[in-house]
Design a protein around this ligand. Structure first.
Ligand code: FAD
Length: 573
C-alpha cells in the first residue's frame, strides 16, 4: 500500500474527542499527519465588527494545538493565512500529501469551497476523505430520508432521523498522533482578493495574508493575533477551547436533576451569572464540543432518572432543533438564509428602511429582488434596536448583553427578534439576522436564519398573533429587574415598579434614581449622562398595526414574484 501522508484540515471540528473525520485520517495509518487550519479570507474579510467570535476561535486553536502536542510532542496545529483554494494545492506539492481529510460542512459557501478544493486535490493526485461530525445525524442523509425536502418541524426531523438510524455513540479521542513532516512554506503566496465576493461589503481592517505559524501560547497564533487580523479586542467573558467545553459538560452532567429534567420554556432569559441554559452553543459552533457526546451523556442520564423531560423541551430536544435547521439548510441550499428565491419562506412586505433623517443611506440594497415599503422611521427604529436605546429597558438590556458578551438566552433572542419584526418595528428579519451574525459567538448560518424565520413567522412557525411584550415578558421572569439593572445602569436605582416602563415613573421617582427620560439615544440626541431614552413607539398601537399587517400578508399569501409586488400595488403598511 502507498505510504499515507495525510493533511488533516481542521475547520468546524476544533477538538480531538468524537471526531469521525480525524478517526478516518488515523485509519489510513499515516506515516505523517499534518494538522492544519487555514484562515479563509472569505470569513476574515466578510466578518463584521466584533472580536468576540474571533477570540473564541483563537482560544479553540490554541487549546487544540496544546492537546495535539500532548499526544505527540513534535506536533502542533499549523495555521495558514491564505484562501484554501489557492494555498492547499501548493501544500499538496510542497509537503508531498497523499490524502486530504476533513469534516463535512453543509453551509453554502463551505460546500462550494470544498467542491473546488476536492477537484484541485484530485488533479494533484490527492485523495479526499470526508466524514460528517457537526450534527447528530448527517444532514444530507436526513434531507434525503425526508424525500429531499427540508425538515420544517421537529416531527419531520425525528421521522427522517429514525430512518437514517440511531444517533452514533461518540468515539474516544486518539491516544497518540503521528509525527508531522517538514513544513516548508517557501512557495509563492497569493495576496487574497480584497473583495472576493463582489456583492459583499468588505470589512475594514488590515488582513496580513502572508503569515503562517503555529497555534498555542509559544506559537505565532497567540491571542494577540486578533489585532493583527484587524479585529477589536474581545469584550466577552465566554472563552473557547475543547478543554473548557469538556469541563463545562462535566459540570452540567454532574447536576443530574438539571440535565435530565431540563425544560427549555422554564429557563429564565433574565438569569445571569450563571445563566439558566448550558451556554454550550459557541462550542458546538466551533466544534470544540461534539453534539453527539453532549447528546449521549444527557440521554444516558434521561434513561435512568425518574421524571426526566423529553423533546422538544429537553436538552436533547435542543440539539434536535439544531439538526432540524441544518437538515433544512442542506435540502434548500444557498437560498435558505434569505426570503428571496426561498420557496419555503413566506413573503411579507416588511419595511425596508431607506434613509435616516441625517441623510445616511442604508439598507436599500441589502435585500435585493423584493418589494418593500421605504420607511425612514423604521430605519431609526432599527438603529435604536441595534444600539440598545429603544427606550424599552428589557429590549435594551438584551441588545447590550448581546453586543458585549456575544450571547443571550434563547427567549431573550425571541424577545428582540419578535420586537424588531412582526411584534413592533415590522423590519425585515434579514436585517436582524445580520446583526446577530455580527455579534453572536455561536453564529451558525442555518440556526440563525432558521430561528429568525421562526420568530418572524415567515417559516417554521405561523402563530403570528402570539407576540412578546417588551414590558410584561421581562416582568414575568424578573420582577425586581436585576437583569435590566445589570445592563442598563442608567436605571439601576429606579423603583422596581417602573423598571420596565420608566416613562411612566413620576418625577419624584426619577429624581430619586438620578435619571431623566429624554432623547432618542442616537445621533445629536445621543444619550447624556444621567438620561435614558424615551420609548421609541407606543408598543400597544404598533402591536395592533403589525398584527393587522401580518393577518393580511397571511390571507393574501403573496410572494415576491407576484405582479402586485413588482408594480408596487401591494397594500402598504
Ligand atoms: P441550550 O438551551 O443549553 O441548548 C443546548 C444546545 O442546543 C445549544 O448549545 C445549541 O447548540 C442547541 N440549540 C438550542 N436551541 C436551539 C435552537 N432553537 N436552534 C438551534 N439550536 C439550538 N443558535 C445557534 O447555535 N446559532 C445561531 O446563530 C442562533 N441564532 C438564533 C437566532 C434567533 C433569532 C433565535 C431565536 C435563536 C437562535 N439560536 C441560535 C438558537 C438558540 O437561541 C441558541 O442555540 C441557544 O440560546 C444557545 O444557548 P445554550 O447553549 O445555552 O442553549
Amino acid at each position: 500500500m502507498k505510504e499515507a501522508r495525510v493533511l488533516y484540515w481542521f475547520r468546524t471540528d476544533l477538538r480531538l474527542h468524537d471526531s469521525p473525520a480525524l478517526q478516518a485520517a488515523l485509519d489510513l495509518k499515516p506515516t505523517v499527519l499534518y494538522p492544519i487550519f487555514t484562515f479563509d479570507p472569505h470569513y476574515v474579510y466578510h466578518s463584521k465588527g466584533s472580536g468576540n467570535r474571533w477570540q473564541f476561535l483563537l482560544d479553540c486553536q490554541n487549546d487544540l494545538s496544546e492537546s495535539i502536542t500532548k499526544l505527540n510532542p513534535k506536533s502542533k496545529l499549523f495555521v495558514l493565512r491564505e484562501a484554501p483554494q489557492t494555498v492547499l494545492p501548493k501544500i499538496f506539492k510542497a509537503w508531498r500529501i497523499t490524502h486530504l481529510v476533513f469534516e463535512r460542512d453543509t453551509d453554502s459557501y463551505a460546500r462550494e469551497r470544498d467542491r473546488v478544493v476536492s477537484d484541485l486535490a484530485r488533479q494533484a493526485g490527492v485523495e479526499t476523505v470526508t466524514r460528517y461530525g457537526r450534527t447528530l445525524w448527517d444532514s444530507d442523509a436526513v434531507a434525503a430520508k425526508n424525500g429531499g425536502k427540508p425538515t420544517m418541524s421537529m416531527a419531520q426531523l425525528q421521522a427522517a432521523g429514525k430512518k437514517v438510524g440511531e444517533i452514533p455513540r461518540p468515539i474516544p479521542a486518539p491516544k497518540s498522533l503521528p509525527d508531522p513532516g517538514e513544513t516548508p512554506v517557501d512557495f509563492e503566496q497569493e495576496t487574497p482578493d480584497a473583495n472576493p465576493d463582489l456583492n459583499a461589503p468588505v470589512r475594514e481592517g488590515e488582513f496580513k495574508p502572508y503569515k503562517t505559524g503555529i497555534a498555542g501560547p509559544n506559537g505565532d497564533f497567540a491571542p494577540e493575533v486578533l489585532e493583527d487580523l484587524g479585529f477589536a479586542p474581545a469584550t466577552t467573558p465566554h472563552r473557547g477551547g475543547e478543554t473548557r467545553a469538556l469541563k463545562m459538560l462535566d459540570h452540567i452532567i454532574a447536576d443530574e436533576e438539571y440535565a435530565a429534567k431540563f425544560q427549555k420554556p422554564k429557563t429564565s432569559p433574565a438569569a445571569f451569572e450563571p445563566q439558566s441554559t448550558t451556554l454550550l452553543s459557541p462550542h458546538h459552533h466551533f466544534g470544540s464540543l461534539s453534539p453527539r457526546l453532549f447528546y449521549w451523556r444527557v440521554q444516558d442520564l434521561v434513561s435512568r432518572v425518574k421524571g426526566a423531560s423529553s423533546p422538544p423541551e429537553s436538552l436533547t430536544g435542543q440539539l434536535l432543533f439544531r439538526d432540524m435547521y441544518f437538515a433544512a439548510q442542506a435540502a434548500i441550499g444557498p437560498t435558505f438564509t434569505q426570503t428571496y428565491d426561498n420557496p419555503y419562506c413566506r413573503f411579507i412586505p416588511w419595511h425596508l428602511p431607506s434613509k435616516v433623517e441625517s441623510g445616511t443611506e442604508t439598507g436599500t440594497n441589502a435585500i435585493s429582488g423584493e418589494y418593500h415599503v421605504d420607511s425612514p422611521e423604521a430605519e431609526r427604529w432599527f438603529q435604536r434596536w441595534k444600539a440598545g436605546v429603544t427606550g424599552f429597558p428589557w429590549i435594551d438590556a438584551l441588545m447590550r448583553q448581546l453586543k458585549h458578551d456575544g450571547w443571550i438566552h434563547h427567549l431573550g433572542r425571541h424577545s428582540v427578534a419578535c420586537f424588531l419584526t412582526r411584534g413592533g418595528c415590522y423590519v425585515h428579519w434579514e436585517r436582524g439576522a445580520d446583526v446577530f451574525e455580527e455579534w453572536l459567538l455561536d453564529h451558525e448560518p442555518a440556526c440563525n436564519a432558521g430561528n429568525w424565520q421562526w420568530l418572524s413567522c415567515t417559516a417554521f412557525f405561523s402563530q403570528y398573533f402570539r407576540c412578546y411584550s417588551p414590558v410584561a415578558f421581562g416582568q414575568k421572569w424578573d420582577k425586581e429587574g436585576a437583569f435590566v439593572r445589570r445592563w442598563v445602569p442608567e436605571l439601576k436605582d429606579l423603583d422596581a415598579k417602573y423598571i420596565y416602563e420608566p416613562w411612566k415613573a413620576p418625577q419624584s421617582a426619577l429624581d430619586k434614581a438620578g435619571v431623566r427620560i429624554e432623547g432618542n439615544g442616537l445621533g445629536s440626541g445621543k444619550r447624556e449622562e444621567g438620561t435614558y431614552p424615551e420609548p421609541m413607539m407606543d408598543f400597544n398601537e404598533r402591536r395592533k398595526v403589525c398584527l393587522d399587517a401580518m393577518k393580511t400578508a397571511y390571507q393574501v399569501g403573496i410572494n415576491g414574484d407576484d405582479e402586485r409586488v413588482k408594480n408596487g400595488t401591494w397594500r402598504e403598511l
